[in-house]
Ligand binder design. Sequence first.
Ligand code: PRP
Length: 184
Amino acid sequence: MGMTAAGGSTDLTAILLTEEQIAARVATLAEQLAQDYQGKCPLLIGVLKGSIVFLADLIRKMGIPLEIDLICVSSYGCNAQSSGRISLLKDVAADLTGRHVVLVEDIIDSGLTVAWLLETLRERQPASLAVVCLLNKPDRREVDVPINYTGFEIPDEFVVGYGLDFAEQYRYLPHVAVLRSQVP
Ligand code: PRP
């Protein structure tokens, strides 16, 4: 039991994905990526902050030479109608020209963040640009985005854990849980 930003109490209800389920799926995704990127030394770019847990587990299961980098974009807030409000807070250090780039996301919701990132990174002329996401919420999509590798399709519930937060809390949970407010 915790407190919401508004002062109401919250409860972590059902575990949606256990630690074991996540580990098994991450291993499968890593195997697919390793096959597809063998000999290409891919650059995996994690989108801060949510993706770091997924990125850390994924790269340790891939077993091929690769590089990592990190990028951070501003959150557009709940009322944004377009990706026009997104901006870069922290850029990658690597030169993407001619690289095989894989964008690593924890969750794709409206799709606005990934759409903006793909457009922005494509201008840097990578040899290829793919997206891997752990969680996909297709019910919430506002813009079509190509997702090359998906961990799980999940229903439209507010989920936390395994990197995902609510007001910066719960990122440390080893599983993914559904968060429900209990408004008094
Ligand atoms: C989450 C997630 C994606 C984005 C997905 O990040 O990591 O980047 O939202 O939403 P979208 O598909 O609707 O654009 P968030 O802004 O919560 O930041 P965080 O990763 O630092 O928690």
